[in-house]
Design a protein around this ligand. Structure first.
Ligand SMILES: [Fe+2]
Length: 192
């Protein structure tokens, strides 16, 4: 086994155990610990084809999928990022594997069912390799961007493969319009 295969199989072996229960909070704590230890470890390396930036937008590729979770790798070019979004009810743990990423977290202001809502920023962090954060609905509104001049890579573990999520576009000083965004993968690099 080469370094890449060892890195991925070691990660999957641990995540299989971490996600066996059904308490989201406990799963997220275990997944977070695994990501910090495995991804932060010297020698951890992702397959090269998963670390290429996308041309138009950040790249998004499925690394692994099982009954209890899936792993998506994202590559963030300079100034690439997301609007405020949720994860459509799925828990998620995100970890930086290369470079630096900025994560801003928000509380929704108003009725979550409304088409136009407000947000109050609650946190902002710049995370580097081996740093991870978990998001459990309903406290999962956030946006991610790459504030540096280099490419950044993040690993996201979700409860299930997301078909889409809600994004919130700024339409006024305090107003954000809810939209449904269908999610797809950047190219056909798909494993099992
Ligand atoms: Fe996210």
């Amino acid at each position: 086994m080469n370094n890449t295969q060892e890195s991925i199989s070691g990660l999957i072996k641990r995540l299989d155990l971490d996600t066996a229960g059904n308490n989201s909070e406990m799963i997220c704590d275990a997944v977070k610990k695994t990501l910090v230890e495995e991804v932060g470890r010297e020698g951890f390396v992702l397959p090269e084809e998963f670390t290429r930036p996308g041309e138009q937008d950040y790249a998004r590729r499925l690394l692994h999928k099982s009954a209890n979770y899936c792993i998506v790798v994202m590559v963030w070019g300079v100034e690439q990022g997301t609007p405020i979004h949720d994860h459509d009810g799925s828990w998620c743990v995100e970890c930086v594997s290369h470079g630096t990423i900025r994560v801003r977290s928000f509380d929704l202001v108003g009725n979550p069912e409304d088409e136009v809502v407000g947000f109050r920023q609650t946190d902002e962090i710049c995370a580097s390799r081996g740093m991870a954060g978990s998001l459990i609905p309903p406290f999962d509104y956030h946006m991610i961007d790459n504030p540096t001049e280099q490419i950044s890579v993040t690993i996201h573990v979700y409860a299930e493969e997301m078909q889409g999520c809600h994004v919130f576009r700024k339409t006024g000083a305090d107003d954000y319009q809810r939209e449904w965004k269908t999610l797809s993968y950047t190219d056909d690099v798909v494993t099992g």
